[in-house]
Design a binder for this molecule. Structure first.
Ligand code: HEC
Length: 161
């Protein structure tokens, strides 16, 4: 291995000297980076693995920033222009005391679970016609999944709390 490197360096010195081209140093870089088992290759593989392990909760927390203009997940229960969403998983739609829902919400018999939240967030006014949630639709299925994972953890019943 060591010998090979010296040999390659020697060859390059010769070719650089031979043609005197300014482009030759690029070749040196290619040889070093692509050498199998080199630290550069190992580092690139490791960071690809880390990026592949997606943390749904963190992605959901991030995506939920588009909801915080209207919703809080504070355990204090206070609502903003939209109802407080702390403990929303398992709650009946339109049932938070002290929040004034649309008639459509109040009359719906939906219980929030993964499937109903997914349907509602994909199309709030289509899922509950008459809903007053005029913004906050999440067309991307992966983003909905992440937001739902995040909301599921906003409760005192979450595992580990
Ligand atoms: C423009 C303000 C606004 C935005 C932005 C918004 N919402 Fe809403 N949301 C509302 C309102 C208002 C209601 C109540 C609708 C009604 O009474 O018809 C509601 C209701 C809900 C409900 C039902 C809660 C219950 O108590 O039944 C959920 C769940 C919800 N929103 C989730 C979200 C999520 C997740 C986002 C972000 C992706 C979001 N909302 C973005 C205003 C908003």
């Amino acid at each position: 291995m060591h010998r090979k490197a010296i040999f390659a360096a020697g060859l390059l010195t010769i070719s650089v000297t031979a043609c005197g081209s300014a482009e030759q140093p690029e070749v040196v870089e290619q040889i070093v980076v692509r050498e199998p088992g080199s630290p550069q290759v190992v580092a690139a593989e490791a960071s690809a693995t880390v990026a592949g392990a997606v943390d749904l909760f963190a992605v959901g927390e991030d995506a939920f920033q588009s909801c915080t203009g209207c919703h809080s997940v504070d355990p204090d229960g206070r609502s903003a222009s939209g109802p407080n969403l702390y403990g929303v998983m398992g709650r009946e739609a339109g049932s938070l005391d002290g929040y004034s829902y649309s008639d459509a919400f109040a009359a719906s018999e939906i219980v929030w679970d993964e499937a109903s939240l997914d349907g509602f967030l994909a199309d709030p006014t289509g899922y509950i016609p008459g809903s007053e949630m005029m913004a906050g639709a999440v067309p991307d299925g992966e983003a909905r999944k992440a937001i739902i994972a995040y909301l599921s953890a906003q409760t005192d019943n979450a595992p580990g709390q």
